[in-house]
Design a binder for this molecule. Sequence first.
Ligand SMILES: N[C@@H](CCC(=O)N[C@@H](CS)C(=O)NCC(=O)O)C(=O)O
Length: 206
Amino acid sequence: MIKLYGVKPSNYYSLAKAILLEKGLAFEEVANPPSQNEDFLQKSPMGKMPAIEVDGVYISETLAIATWAQRAQPEPPLLPSDPVDAAKVIELCCHLKLDVELVARRVLPAAFFGATASDEVLATTEADLDKGMKAVARLFQGSPYAAGDSFTIADLFTFYTFGLSSSVIKKIYNKDLLAGYPQISTLMGELASRPSISQVEADKAA
Ligand SMILES: N[C@@H](CCC(=O)N[C@@H](CS)C(=O)NCC(=O)O)C(=O)O
């Protein structure tokens, strides 16, 4: 049985869980917060969650987990079979993760954990985020899904990137990260009622 390590409030853990649910793969959730303990570093070399265990092998990094899931369980597809289309989905996921989510995370400690962000950090984060949002918008299809005709991992990256990033940005800058991006806003509303995502969110609240 596949094991999923991490804790439910994490957006990346949620993303990996939604992937397993979309694929209809049976898995067991093992509560394991991020840690620098040797035991957890063997599962996830940066000590971050999520990690999965498949036949005694550990895999960290959500994109790697998504790639494994697609190969292990091709149906229903979360990546297009066409190589270029698949690469475009991954390209969008990378920009969501590296140029929006990770940038917003710079001010997460100030938003929710009482830390102070310097004026310089506040200014560079805002400018970099603006650039990241414009990059994502260039790739975003949104008709009807993030990468075009079919539901893919880019939709899950979209949901779990903006779930966190929007709340951080609202708290720090009192602004709506998705203002000016109506396609993303609309998709976020639709994705919230997708069964996999609804289940992940309901489990979190339970
Ligand atoms: N690039 C990783 C990011 C995972 C990540 O940042 N996880 C956070 C929780 S949402 C974490 O474990 N943070 C603890 C830490 O940074 O030590 C992925 O895609 O899985």
